[in-house]
Design a protein around this ligand. Sequence first.
Ligand code: T1G
Ligand code: NAD
Length: 705
Amino acid sequence: MRTAVHYQVQDHVALLAIDNPPVNALSAAVRQGLLDAVNAAQADDTVHAVLITGVGKAFIAGADIREFGLPPQAPSLPDVCNAIEACSKPVVAAIHGPALGGGLEVAMSAHYRVATSSAKLGLPEVQLGLLPGAGGTQRAPRLIGAQAALDLMLSGRHIGAPEALRMGLIDHIATSDDIQLEGLAYVRHLLSEGAPVRRTSEQTHAMADRAVQQAAINAARADAAKRRGLFSPLKIVDCVQAALDLPFAEGLRTERALFQQCLESPQRAGLIHAFFAEREVLKAPETRYAKPRTIQQVGVIGGGTMGAGIAVAMLDAGLLVTLIERDEAALAQGRARVEKVYDGQIAKSRLTPQGRDDILARLSTSTDYAALSQADLVIEAVFEDMAVKYAVFAQMDRYGKPGAVLATNTSYLDVNAIASSISRPQDVIGLHFFSPAHIMKLLEIVVPAKVSPDVVATAFELARRLKKVPVRAGVCDGFIGNRILATYRTAADHLLEDGASPDEIDQMVRAFGFPIGPYEMSDLAGGDIGWATRKRRAATRDPRARYVHIADRLCEQGWFGQKSGRGWYRYAEGSRTGTPDPEVMAIVEAERAKAGVAPRSFTIEDLQRRYLAAMINEGAKVIEEGIALRPLDVDVTLVHGYGFPRHRGGPMKYADQVGLAQILADIRAFAQTDPLFWKPSALLITLVEAGRDFDSLNKMETPHA
Ligand code: T1G
Ligand code: NAD
C-alpha cells in the first residue's frame, strides 16, 4: 500500500512528507500517517524539530472532499491539528503550491510557516457549503485578526505568499522553489535562534483590540446575511464570534457543532456536487484519445454582441485574433466594442494603457475573408439566420487553411446542416458562448455527426485556455441549455396565463436562488430575440401544443424590455429596475379571456414545483436522447449559463434531493390538464421504477464517442 506520509529523521529534524496525489488531500490514511509521524517525532529524543511538506504539486489541498457524506474515520483532522500544535518541539510547515482548507489548518497548527513565492493559501470551505472545521475558525483570527480571517473564510479566495506574509499568516518567503531544502534551512535558522514552540491557540496579539474585532465581526455578519440563502457564511461568523468570546477549547467545540450543521445541510451536497461536476465535464470521451490541433491564430466573423466578446476572450487567452465584418462601418463598430471592454478595465485600474495596447496589438480587423487564410480556428457569430450562416461558412470553407477548425456560435440552428453544407464537415463544430462571451464561464461544445474527434479535443483544449467550463452537447434545437430554457420558460407562460403575474413568478425564481426571474431576464436580454425564435419555430410548432400569445402581444407593441423602456416591467429613464405595469396585466387578462382561462391563485410552492418540474423533465429528455452525456452535464450547463443556484447543485441534483418519485408524481398530476407538455421523460420513469436517481448515471462510464 502506498505510504501516505513519509517519515525520516535528518540531522535531528523529523521530515514528514505528505504523498497522496494528485493534491495531497487529507484522506484518512494521510491523517493517520501525520498523527503517527508527529507522535514518533515527539517520542524521539534525537529529534529537535519537525518539518512538514507535501510531495508533488501541492502542500495540501484540504480535507478529502470525497469523504464528506461518508461515515467519519478516525483520527479526525481537529485531533491531528491539535497533536501537531501540542508537539513540544518546533514544528514548521513548508508550503509550496496550494495550502487550502484543512491544508492551511494543518499549517496554522504548526508553530512556524514558510512558503515559496508561488504558493497559494486559502480557506475555501464556504464554496463547498462548509466552514474550516479543524480549528481554522479559531486559529486564523488569532494569527491574522478577525477581519482578515473573515475575509479569507467568507470569500474563499486564494492569496499569494506576499499577501500572506503581510497579514501574518506565514513567517517567511523562500528564495527558491525547492521547498524541502528551503524548509530545512528555515528550521535550522529557527533552531540556531533558539526559537520557542509558538502555539497559535495561545496567540492574542491579533485580537487584542476587542472593539475593532467586534466591529469586523458585525460588518461580516451584515454581509453574510445578504448572501441569498447561503447557510455556511453566517456559521463562519458565529465561529469567529466564539473565537473572540471563548477560550480556545470551547471555541473549538462551537466550531465542531456548527461544522456538523453545515455538513448536514443540503447545500453542502449541492456545492460539492458542483465542484466535482465541473471537473468531470472536462473529461469528454474524445479528450481521452484524440490529440488537439494547435491553435495560435483565430478568426472571428461578426463583431456584434457575441463576436466582439469572443474576440476579447481569445485575446485574453493570448491568441492572435482577426476580426471580420460585412463592411467598414460594421467593422469599426466591432473594433470599438472590443476596445470598450479594455477601456473599461483601465477605468477600473485592472489594466494599464500599455497593457491595453499590448493586447490590441494582437488584434487585426478586415472585411476581406482572405485575411483568415492563416487562422487555426475560425468562428462565426453572424446573424442567427440559416441563409447567412450558409453563406459565411462557404467563405470559411473557401479561405480557411487546410486543417483549420471551423466553428459556429449559433444558439439554436442545426450544426449538422451547417457542416454538411461545406466540403469539410469533419472540421466543423459548434462553440456556443454565452453573453457576455468574455465573462460567462459556460461554453457548450456542440458535436455534429461528422466531426473528427481531434476537433472535439481541440475545442476542449481551447476551453481550458479560455478558462471556460466546457460541456459536450449533441445537436438538437437549442442544444442542452436553450432547449431546457425554452421548456421552463413555456411553463412560466402557462402559469402566467393561468393566473400568476410576471412579478410573482420572478419573485418565486429569485427566492429559489436564481439571480433574476424569466421575465426580468427577457427584459434584460431583449424580448425581440425570443420573438424571432418563436416566429422561426411557428412553422414546425405542434398544433396540439398550448401556445400563450401574451409575449407576442407585448412585442407587437415594441415593448422589448430595458432597451425600449418597457417590456414585462416599466423602466424609468436610465433605471435597470422595473416596476410592475398595469397595462401589461391588462393584456394578460385579455389573453386569458381569449383563451377561455379562468385565472386562479398559486402559492409560491405551486409555482416552484411546476417551474422546476418542467426544467427537470426536459433535462431528463436531453439525457435520454444523448444530447447531454450525463445528468451532471445538465447541472453544469444550468449553473454556469442560466443562473441556477450553485448551492443546489443543478436541476438534476436538486431532483435527486427532492426525490424522483415526487417529481414524477407532480409531472403526472400536471399532465392531467396538459398531457402533451407534461409528457414524462421515459428516463425519469425508468429511474423511478428502478428506485435509482440521476446521480447513479453520473457514475457510469461515459460512452466512447
Ligand atoms: N479532495 C479530493 N479531491 C480533490 C481535492 C480535495 N480537497 N482537491 C482537488 N481534488 C481532485 C480533483 O477532483 C481532481 O480530480 C484533481 O484533484 C485535480 O484537481 C476540514 C472541510 C487544489 C486548486 O476546497 O481548489 O478542507 O478530476 O482538477 O485545477 O476545514 O483542485 O483529476 O479526478 O481542480 O490544478 C477545502 C479544492 C476542502 C480545495 C488544484 N479545499 N481543490 O486545482 O486541479 S474542505 C478545497 C481545488 C476542507 C476542512 C475542510 C483545486 C486545486 P480528478 P483540479 P487544479
Ligand atoms: P449581432 O446582431 O449583435 O451581431 C451580428 C454581427 O454579424 C453584426 O455585427 C453583423 O454586421 C455581422 N454580420 C452579419 N452578416 C455578416 C457577414 N456575412 N459577414 C460578416 N459579418 C456579418 O448578433 P449577436 O447577438 O452577436 O449574435 C450572433 C450569433 O451568436 C447568432 O448566431 C446568435 O444566435 C448567437 N448567440 C447570441 C447570443 C446573445 O445573447 N446575443 C448568445 C449566444 C449565441
